[in-house]
Design a protein around this ligand. Structure first.
Ligand code: PMP
Length: 454
């Protein structure tokens, strides 16, 4: 039979059809709600990308708690997607639920700091090793604001990103290398500015390319995830970041580390865990336990330059803002989450489970001689359809197989297991336990067997 990514492809397609039929039969209430939603929701869903899951129509969630959620038809799921990191500390973690319940009776937003602001900033400083902080409503916003501050502070216009990166809806970074040529990502809607004028893109793990770009002397900052996680995972090669940081410094540029996903590496993110020294750092998604908010921090020196840039500009709109940023409600959530949820102990539990998960996935893959591999960054694990892990965005892009992903995802979902859409990423949270991981592994193996049948 013809094979693709090591699996029997006609068999995989037959399985896909069977799983879609099974989903439709299993979820009459989600189907009814999807029909209703189609009347007044654009694309039939609250966000257009909710149609891009593996399911024939959207699965409607009725409630979520800890590592589990329930759908509108009453099925229970073990959640390894966890809101693609937004719920990395479990759904509705108790301390956060209590803090926001308290805050719910005490106001949400006032354009003024609340009593939680200073303690939250102090905790961020302690944990991430950067002394000065600001807030935003999403990681996308935080990245946008940081780019603005750093261009203003350095007087340089360009930013450098790595091919295949994703930092949210930040237009500047939708630039890819296509056959080695910087090219605006053609999926980006409604962008009329020429992004390649002010965005430089190089491959991750390519020091000569990074140096050649920095040498031009016009790059305000490098914006990077310390490990690429959005095109499938791409790990830095040993010594890469040490050398890259030296180059960035030598050429008068700045390093912004986006820890929104790599906060899976530990309470202080990947940078703290691996001795990196960024000039600025961004974290969004789970920082408030799932309540919308994001944070960004600066070194003392950069903070002074940023303050100087603002003070020397005419008064008026800065382009950094949004009315609800740093609102009292999000601040209460962050305080509870940082002080009581994102602790060393919780991370130890998640690391042990993720290791069990990664080893188990490797064993299943090896047992069936599949040409796949597994990468783990703390609580984040991913399997990829390649025998050796990719080293840059181009390689990572080449091995993506959305069709095969969706077959596996839907197979798991129909059996009460949710993993992250658009790649093969699994997160564990403080409430995930060994039985949950064991169940994921045994169902994953059943799926592989079904894909390999002759
Ligand atoms: N940074 C990284 C590394 C991300 O992966 C994402 C989203 N996947 C973002 C920023 C943007 O987060 P949000 O969509 O919550 O703004």
């Amino acid at each position: 039979a013809s094979t693709r990514d090591g699996v029997n492809w006609p068999r995989a397609q037959a399985l896909a059809a069977a799983e879609r039929a099974s989903y439709i039969a299993r979820n009459p209430e989600s189907a009814r709600l999807a029909g209703q939603a189609a009347q007044h929701l654009l694309f039939g869903v609250p966000m257009h990308w909710m149609n891009d899951w593996s399911t024939p129509f959207a699965l409607t969630v009725s409630e979520a708690s800890g590592a589990r959620f329930r759908d509108a038809d009453g099925h229970e799921y073990i959640d390894f997607c966890l809101g693609d990191t937004g719920a990395m500390f479990g759904h509705a973690p108790q301390p956060v639920a209590q803090a926001i319940a308290r805050q719910a009776a005490r106001g949400y937003t006032a354009m003024l700091p609340s009593e939680d602001s200073a303690p939250v900033a102090a905790e961020l400083a302690r944990r991430f090793g950067l002394p000065y902080w600001q807030f935003a409503l999403s990681a996308s916003d935080a990245n946008r604001f940081v780019l603005r501050w750093l261009r203003a502070a350095t007087g340089r216009s360009k930013v450098l990103v790595f091919n295949g990166c994703y930092h949210g809806t930040v237009d500047d970074v939708f630039v890819d290398l296509v056959d080695g040529v910087p090219t605006q990502r053609d999926s980006l809607l409604g962008q009329v500015h020429k992004l390649t004028d002010h965005t430089v893109v190089v491959e991750f793990n390519d020091l000569p390319a990074l140096e050649a770009a920095l040498k031009q002397g016009d790059i305000a900052c490098v914006l990077a995830e310390p490990v690429m996680t959005n095109i499938g995972m791409v790990l830095p090669q040993p010594g890469y970041w040490e050398a890259a940081q030296r180059l960035i410094k030598r050429h008068g540029s700045l390093l912004v580390i986006d820890e929104t996903h790599t906060i899976s590496s530990g309470p202080g993110g990947y940078a703290q865990a691996h001795g990196m020294r960024p000039d600025a750092l961004v974290v969004g998604k789970p920082i408030g336990g799932g309540i919308p908010c994001a944070v960004y921090g600066f070194t003392e020196e950069l903070a002074r330059r940023v303050e100087q840039a603002k003070r020397s500009a005419p008064p008026g709109h800065s382009g950094v803002g949004t009315t609800l940023s740093a609102n009292m409600f999000a601040m209460a959530a962050m305080r509870a989450n940082l002080e009581q949820v994102m602790t060393e102990d919780v991370y130890r539990h998640m690391f042990a489970l993720a290791a069990q998960l990664a080893e188990g996935l490797r064993a299943v893959i090896a047992g069936h001689k599949l040409p796949w591999c597994v990468t783990q960054i703390g609580a984040r694990t991913e399997f990829q359809f390649t025998p050796t892990a990719p080293q840059n965005g181009t390689q990572a892009q080449a091995i993506l197989d959305g069709e095969l992903e969706q077959i596996i995802h839907l197979y798991l979902l129909n059996r009460g297991l949710l993993i992250t859409p658009f790649h093969n990423m699994l997160l564990v949270c403080p409430d995930t336990d060994e039985n949950d991981v064991a169940r994921l592994l045994s169902t994953f193996e059943e799926c592989i067997k079904a894909l390999l049948l002759n």
